[in-house]
Design a protein around this ligand. Structure first.
Ligand code: AKB
Length: 337
């Protein structure tokens, strides 16, 4: 039997690294990877093919549609929240037009194959926007349909693309002559901040947590760009991969919604610094809040409600705050540097 083809965009990013490693170990699939940056050499041999290219390149995507029968798309490519604020229109092009291109590719593939292609879309807590700290405190565990007024271009892009996914999976071409043809199977997961022992993110605003940890392990001082009392939901990278694949595997009938929150633990920046200092006592961490980045994290929820993911597809993280650091992040990082 021929192996199923999965397409991963943004393959060289943090989630891409974890996902390619996991799929190559645990699933018998053919990975076609795409990224504007060269792919990390360690990942290349796990992929059937790596294409260095742009999701805005329609010709390139057109060739992929012809060459492969793609069953699942993991559309990971995006410009993260802080970086997007420096060039919002470019971020919009990549985050929205790029996603639209991939959704169209998925529709074409679904119609050609006569069955829905799965479209896995990682969204983010950046889709939320809470107006002030009093509301943030009162908001508690925020549900998928609450506080959706994002303050960043990235957050607006993620929220809008969630709607695009819903549109393409449920309403596209309803009025046209070809209605009734197979559409896509869009599944979206809203991730909290992610922390990996292997990679450091670039351009995000939850980056202070992984940056603090990786800096300390390399004996470097770190100026944390948010206040000590800043609280956000976080997740260790293996749980992010696990949740993405659990949602991908879930029977469609069990999914009561298209968009799911997932989370693991939600420390303050001070709590993260204390854990890091406990493991790397030489580390110097100072808190020097950056006003614009602080404003962004203040608008994100301190916690999210992932009851729907627990109920519909049995989501449960393997890592809590204690074992994420003590059994995964710190030991792996200690060996690496
Ligand atoms: C960011 O900080 O932009 C991302 C995210 C929370 O989506 N890590």
């Amino acid at each position: 039997m021929r192996k199923e083809v999965v397409l991963i965009t943004g393959a060289n990013g943090e989630i891409g690294h974890g996902l390619i490693h996991h799929l190559s170990k645990h699933r018998d699939v053919m990975i076609v990877a795409l990224d504007v940056q060269p792919l990390d050499e360690k990942l290349t041999h796990h992929c059937h093919r790596f294409i260095q290219g742009d999701i805005l390149d329609q010709m390139l995507l057109g060739r992929l549609v012809v060459e492969y029968e793609i069953r699942t798309i993991y559309h990971l490519a995006s410009i993260l929240s802080t970086k997007a604020e420096y060039n919002p229109e470019t971020a919009h092009r990549i985050n929205v037009e790029g996603t639209l291109n991939l959704l169209r590719l998925a529709v074409e593939q679904s119609q050609w194959q006569g069955r829905p292609v799965k479209f896995m879309y990682p969204s983010s807590i950046a889709a939320y926007g809470i107006p002030n700290l009093q509301c943030k405190e009162a908001a508690g565990r925020v549900k998928e349909d609450e506080w959706l007024a994002p303050v960043t271009m990235y957050g607006c892009n993620k929220l809008y693309c969630e709607h695009l996914g819903r549109y393409y999976s449920r309403h596209y071409r309803q009025l046209a002559a070809d209605s009734g043809q197979a559409t896509i199977d869009f599944r979206c997961i809203r991730f909290p901040g992610l922390i990996s022992a292997y990679t450091i993110p670039t351009g995000g605003t939850s980056d202070y947590a992984p940056e603090m940890l990786h800096a300390a392990a390399q004996n470097e001082d770190y100026d944390c760009f948010v206040r000590e009392d800043t609280r956000l939901p976080f997740m260790a990278m293996p749980d992010a991969i696990k949740s993405l694949l659990m949602l991908e595997e879930a029977p469609r009938e069990s999914l009561s919604q298209l968009i799911y929150n997932v989370t693991s633990f939600n420390p303050t920046a001070r709590e993260i610094a204390e854990i890091v200092k406990g493991a790397f006592p030489q580390s110097q961490i100072r808190f020097r809040p950056h006003p614009s980045r602080q404003r962004i994290v203040d608008s994100w929820p301190a916690d999210v409600n992932d009851d729907a993911a627990q109920k519909d597809w049995g989501w449960k993280p393997d890592y809590n705050q204690e074992n994420a650091f003590q059994e995964y992040l710190i030991p792996v990082i200690q060996k690496r540097y």
